[in-house]
Design a binder for this molecule. Structure first.
Ligand SMILES: Nc1ncnc2c1ncn2[C@@H]1O[C@H](COP(=O)(O)OP(=O)(O)OP(=O)(O)O)[C@@H](O)[C@H]1O
Length: 349
């Protein structure tokens, strides 16, 4: 298990790009990919509940639509009432600089909600958030938010621009005025090559009507877009969705190399291959908003075996964990049974 100590942030507000655009002894801009401000994240007992509207009689609101509001005898007495839905239920974990944490779980298990919570993007007016969220052992500040890059599931890119134009345009808009135009362009070029986009730099982004770059390249452009501001914490929601396993492996390898440069990477993933799974330092497995496992990816199978859950033939660990989270692994492995076993083993340790 990763230690819970976390790195202390350096004192003061260290700029991500030096304000005067100063260069090192060889005349280069400061390294863009190395993190000058490491961020360690801890989240403890995170809960998120939302109010959803329910009715006493199932389907009565739909029936009312078809009967133009006139109530049927069976509807009489049914009233709309607010029910509370728990989307995240006591989720605890941490990730340090230099590490990649993968959040795994079936569709609807709460992965995106947790990522939004970690990025400070949860709408508090839409739900009730509780728990502790710490960045470098303190309440996340605005400085942390500025150093956080978020790559959403659905990217928004201009289809008519080429890859290079996209990144240069974004660099000119997002980087500080104190950097010269030439330096901003060189930042864009450096990110472009770091993410392996040089081959397609002059191809348009495209969309469903105009053929452009491939799906994998598109995902890398979205990541590059965030990398321009040299974030210390990079959060990605399903960056490999729609990619084949080779492209997914390539993309996650790039994320791994960013982590090795001191960045903190948190990513959700739907169905990683075993090759991709090996690249994760730690994994958090969610099932219906509850945590089934948090720890080193390499120790997950051994852990489940120790409490009586192991596949009868060699399996991709990610597939096995997803089967557990879905409750489809074996007849006795319903999620509630598994959670009961986990609770028992925690109580005994
Ligand atoms: N504001 C909200 N109001 C009501 N339900 C919500 C709200 N936000 C999320 N949910 C529900 O919470 C559950 C978790 O959603 P979330 O998007 O976090 O899941 P996910 O694991 O990321 O799913 P996917 O892999 O399909 O993207 C879903 O059932 C979703 O419908």
């Amino acid at each position: 298990m990763p230690g819970f100590g976390g790195l202390e942030a350096p004192n003061g507000d260290i700029p991500r790009h030096s304000k005067d655009g100063s260069r090192d002894s060889r005349g280069h801009l400061p390294s863009l990919m190395a993190s000058s401000y490491p961020i360690a994240i801890k989240f403890i007992d995170v809960c998120y509940k939302v109010k959803v509207q329910g009715t006493d009689t199932q389907g009565s609101s739909i029936k009312r639509m078809f009967t133009h509001g006139s109530s049927t005898p069976s509807d009489q007495g049914s009233t709309a009432r607010n029910q509370e839905k728990t989307i995240l239920n006591n989720i605890t974990g941490m990730v340090s600089p230099g590490e990649m944490l993968a959040i795994l779980g079936p569709s609807g298990s709460g992965k995106s909600t947790l990522l939004n919570a970690l990025a400070g993007r949860l709408r508090h007016d839409r739900g009730n958030f509780s728990g502790t969220m710490l960045a470098n052992n303190r309440k996340p500040s605005k400085q942390i938010a500025k150093r956080t890059g978020f790559v959403a599931q659905d990217d928004v890119l201009y289809p008519h621009l080429t890859v290079r134009e996209t990144l240069v345009f974004c660099s000119l808009l997002r980087l500080p005025k104190t950097l010269s135009t030439k330096d901003k362009i060189s930042v864009a070029e450096s990110v472009l090559s770091e993410l392996g986009l040089s081959k397609c730099e002059n191809t348009i982004i495209g969309n469903s009507f105009m053929r452009g770059i491939s799906g994998g390249e598109r995902k890398r452009v979205s990541i590059a877009h965030e990398m321009l501001i040299n974030p210390s914490l990079l959060i990605l929601d399903e960056p490999t969705s729609g990619l084949d396993s080779t492209a997914a492996h390539r993309l996650v390898s790039i994320l791994g190399s960013l982590a090795q440069k001191g960045k903190t990477i948190v990513t959700s993933m739907h169905q990683p291959s075993s090759r991709v799974y090996q690249l994760f330092d730690s994994v958090l497995v969610l099932s219906e908003g509850r945590s089934l496992y948090f720890g080193k990816g390499s120790e997950a199978m051994g852990y489940f075996e120790s409490i009586g859950f192991s596949p009868s033939f060699p399996m991709n660990p990610a597939d096995f964990l997803l089967d557990l989270a879905n409750g489809t692994w074996a007849s006795t492995s319903s999620v509630s049974f598994l959670l009961h076993e986990l609770a028992e083993s925690t109580r005994m340790n």
